[in-house]
Design a protein around this ligand. Structure first.
Ligand SMILES: [Zn+2]
Ligand SMILES: [Zn+2]
Length: 921
């Protein structure tokens, strides 16, 4: 000080400046603490956004919550590491670049793999940083010095290491399997990447002639084209309808292939005809049945879901064209029995919406059971906690029923599987480094497997690969396990579960630095292999009507637009204040507008402070010696202690305690609302008003009281800014620097200490007394409102204090009462005022507002006279026109009706005004 804040609070200008400053000054970059350092650590991995991504409200919520906790921990003295990066996002990125190529009339396959991948890298270099730039604008206090990309050289090496180790341990295998195949993306996709949808469709019944009889067996299907690949018909052994057909064959229509009738529980007697067709290459259940009975697997489609040479005459047709052709032929040949309406459950590709085709293919799998076992134990034992708790059971249920994980993808963009096939002896070589020749036959004709790994394979490793694994690093000793993971429910299985499985497996035996572990509060945890100690699943952001945001509904809020309008601070505050546990956030811009007003209120309070301090003593600065949460009682030999100072510091320390407690349990809503109530209510509405009499000293008078008031004001304001900083980082940084006139003791408020409650400052006596005073002031305000006293009119009041202490309290605080309740004079009376009209009585005092409505009779009469003249004029004119025959003939009916109404209303108004006139006497 002195420092001028601009009159208007303009978040846009302030925020861009500080966001840039934080990055430029590398304020959030963390050096690895040396052995012997025993400070606590707080480590958090940013769920890496897709490199193709654009910031949406989900990110904004996720990052707000993370940043609040990160800033809070950093200010509490934790070594705080928030690790940012992006995911290469296999399918998403490949599709993005393919679309770009399509505009140039180019195709991926024509380009060839190498050129295509180079093109994706080019795209990444040019556009890949967009989402991180958006994060910078949000003020996310991540360590940009450690930014990673999942296809970085070191991370890619770690991925190969993991693949090879799992293979060597017998946990990776290759096999033919029915997978979900997207014919558009030309790749296998995991169960999690299939969207299920029920659509109105048909069920067709087809009959197959039983060879050697004149009977038929009827089966039903929603995908008749797959019958071309049937290799059996199954009936249930207990189904007596078919007992006489056991051991016989049917002739598959159209294909004229003999296929057996088999006995299998897949056929349910109570369902339809009780007989089912078995197509092992095109249905996952049939695939299993086929394995049980050693049936051939006949794949009738290619990777684009077109019929192949195994489909006979239908070769070359698309699956839907084939369906029509098959049905027409079946009908013509008398095999189609019925066509019924039916609700068909369809699986669609999560990326492109194409209907998924179950397809038999050669894939790589992770044998999941041994990994799942450790991951279940870590959560069941409480070594990892999941909040809210209901997600723990959801996680466990899924883990208990988990299937082997298909990790290969038929894409070009991603981590290529480190497997080579020998062209001569067909040996399969799994290696960390590209082999020069086949170890079995010495051939140099080696070709690398064309598949890449599922994107979640590499992101599942991030908690340790970003810390230098497979090397044993000091970073791992310090920062692993990470403290917390904040993420969305939708990636609980994709990502969270995989991180737990990989972490527990590959970090088995790892031990965190003992001193740091203890200081961080994990002394009682046994298992240091877990990737994180806690998982917090955040809610969804919906629109103000609680509708899920979706592009089709057009209700998607772009966080950057909201920020543009209200500022990042107000947007962050909204997301924090509305994040009640267990409920989704119905994001309403009116709330954000309200929190922008909150920021504005703080801004104006700061301007008030600067103005007064500059007048009293421009040299006043906040003291950072710990005095900050206590009221000054002495300053330069002047000693005083006022009720409002004792009270506000007491309330401040209570707020501090509550906010710290709330953040400890992820109650962002409680923390934000508590700060709001303190800052707006206690501090701005009451305290600033209460100290005004002390600040209004006359020229030449002793400034002792004013100096103490200013010192307390500055200290309290500075401490309140620190309390608010994690939620509203920008405005707090701006005012904090202004308080120090641009020469603060630290580079940023983010590096200062978070307020901690000082129980000694809880002053119950002051709180009780202030509550009484506030009660009296609010009572007078209410009485004034009831009596319709104009705001600027000061009124006398009478007070009956129920005991001498009460009277003393009120007498000591007369200036406050007079000022805050617009009171002219306080008279103490000796008898109860309870019975008086316009009085209010409490257990401590009775108060009466002495007020009679005074009216200037002469002026009022004059006003009413003028009013009457105007009304009479209108009335006369309307009546005259209604009496004019000529006019009435020509005028349209609605005009005449309008005039009649006018006459009616003017008459009523005239009578009312006349009555008022009479009242004046
Ligand atoms: Zn697709
Ligand atoms: Zn070989």
């Amino acid at each position: 000080m002195p420092h001028e804040l601009p009159k208007a609070y303009e978040p846009g200008a302030i925020e861009a400046r500080w966001a840039e400053y934080w990055v430029r000054e590398k304020l959030f970059q963390v050096e690895t603490p040396a052995p012997g350092d025993s400070r606590p650590v707080f480590t958090l991995l940013l769920p890496p956004p897709n490199v193709t991504g654009r910031l949406h409200m989900g990110h904004m919520l996720n990052q707000t919550q993370m940043d609040i906790l990160v800033r809070w921990h950093r200010m509490r003295g934790f070594i705080t590491l928030w690790l940012p990066g992006t995911d290469h996002a296999g399918i998403a990125t490949q599709m993005m670049v393919e679309r770009q190529l399509a505009k140039e009339g180019k195709k991926r396959r024509e380009m060839g793999r190498e050129k295509f991948v180079e093109r994706v890298w080019e795209w990444k270099r040019e556009y890949g940083g967009a989402i991180l730039d958006q994060m910078k604008r949000l003020g996310a206090s991540v360590d940009w010095g450690r930014e990673y990309f999942t296809m970085d050289e070191n991370l890619s090496r770690a991925v190969r290491e993991v693949f090879v180790r799992l293979y060597e341990e017998g946990l990776i295998y290759r096999g033919k399997y029915i997978v979900n195949w997207c014919p558009r993306c030309e790749t296998a996709i995991s169960d999690l990447e299939v969207k299920h949808e029920d659509v109105a469709g048909k069920l067709w019944e087809i009959r197959y002639p039983v060879i050697g009889t004149d009977e038929f067996i009827t089966v039903a299907t929603t995908r008749p084209e797959t019958m071309l690949g049937d290799t059996a018909v199954a009936v249930n052994a207990a189904d007596e309808r078919y007992a006489h057909l056991h051991g016989k064959n049917v002739l598959l229509p159209l294909m004229k292939r003999e296929i057996p009738i088999i006995l299998d529980d897949i056929a349910k007697p109570e369902f339809g005809t009780g007989a089912v067709k078995i197509t092992p290459a095109h249905d996952p259940n049939d695939f299993e049945a086929g394995k049980r009975h050693n049936l051939p697997q006949i794949d009738v489609m290619d990777l684009h879901a077109r019929m192949n040479e195994n489909a006979g005459a239908y070769k070359g047709l698309d699956r839907y064209e084939a369906r029509e052709a098959v049905l027409a032929d079946l009908k013509e040949q008398g095999f189609l029995v019925a066509e019924k309406d039916y609700t068909v459950p369809l699986g669609k590709c999560d990326r492109c919406g194409t209907v998924v085709e179950p397809r038999l293919s050669e894939q790589w799998f992770v044998k999941i059971a041994p990994l799942a076992k450790k991951a279940i134990a870590a959560v069941e034992s409480g070594e990892i906690t999941i909040t809210p708790e209901n997600y723990k059971q959801i996680y466990l249920n899924w883990m208990y029923n988990i299937h082997d994980w298909t990790i290969s993808r038929q894409l070009w963009w991603g981590h290529r599987i480190p497997v080579w096939h020998c062209g001569d002896c067909k040996e399969v070589i799994v290696a960390r480094e590209t082999p020069a020749k086949c170890p079995k036959c010495g051939s140099a004709k080696l070709e690398q497997d064309t598949d890449v790994l599922d994107t979640w394979f590499s992101s599942g490793l991030l908690p340790f690969t970003t810390l230098g694994w497979p090397e044993k690093t000091r970073d791992q000793a310090v920062f692993y396990p990470t403290t917390l993971l904040i993420t969305a429910y939708e990636i609980l299985f994709f990502w969270v579960a995989r991180m737990i499985m990989f972490g527990c497996h590959f970090m088995e035996g790892h031990e965190q630095d003992a001193a740091i572990k203890k200081a961080s509060g994990w002394g009682d945890k046994k298992n240091d292999s877990v990737p994180f100690r806690n998982v917090y699943i955040h809610a969804l952001v919906r629109d103000a009507e609680r509708q899920k945001m979706s592009k089709t509904k057009g209700n998607v809020l772009d966080p950057l637009e909201v920020i543009e309008q209200y500022g990042t601070d107000a947007t962050r505050f909204t997301l924090a204040a509305m994040a009640a546990p267990g409920t989704d956030i119905a994001f309403s811009e009116s709330r954000t507008a309200g929190y922008r007003n909150f920021a504005n209120k703080i801004w104006n309070a700061a301007r008030f402070m600067f103005m007064n301090v500059d007048r009293v003593d421009p040299g006043l600065r906040p003291t950072l010696s710990g005095l900050d949460t206590r009221p000054h009682t002495r300053l330069d030999g002047f000693e005083t202690q006022t009720l409002e100072d004792r009270w506000i510091f007491s309330h401040f320390n209570r707020a501090v305690k509550d906010v710290n407690d709330s953040l400890l349990t992820y109650r962002f809503d409680e923390a934000a609302n508590r700060i709001y109530d303190f800052f707006w209510g206690d501090f701005c509405d009451w305290y600033l008003e209460l100290i005004k009499p002390r600040l209004n000293f006359e020229e030449g008078a002793d400034t002792g009281q004013a100096r103490v008031a200013c010192a307390n004001l500055v200290n309290l304001f500075e401490a309140s800014l620190r309390l608010l900083h994690p939620v509203m980082p920008f405005i707090t940084e701006e005012i904090w620097h202004a308080i120090y006139d641009g020469k603060p003791p630290l580079k940023s408020i983010a590096l200062s200490a978070y307020p901690q409650a000082d129980e000694m400052q809880i002053d119950i006596a002051a709180e009780v007394e202030m509550a009484i005073l506030q009660d009296l002031i609010v009572s007078v305000r209410n009485l004034r409102a009831e009596l319709k006293v104009e705001p600027k009119v000061k009124v006398p009041i009478e007070v009956f204090a129920h005991d001498p202490a009460m009277r003393r309290l009120l007498e000591q605080n007369l200036p406050a009462i007079e000022r805050l309740a617009s009171v002219e004079k306080v008279t103490f009376v000796e008898a109860s005022l309870e019975k008086l009209p316009g009085a209010r009585s409490t257990s401590r005092f009775d108060v009466h507002v002495v007020y009679e409505r005074k009216v200037d009779v002469a002026a009022e009469r004059q006003r009413l006279t003028k009013e009457l003249e105007k009304i009479e004029k209108q009335l006369a004119s309307a009546q005259a026109r209604l009496g004019d025959e000529q006019f009435l003939k020509k005028a349209p009916p609605h005009v005449v009706e309008g005039l009649r109404k006018q006459v009616e209303e003017a008459t009523i108004l005239r009578d009312k005004t006349l009555a008022k006139f009479k009242e004046l006497g």
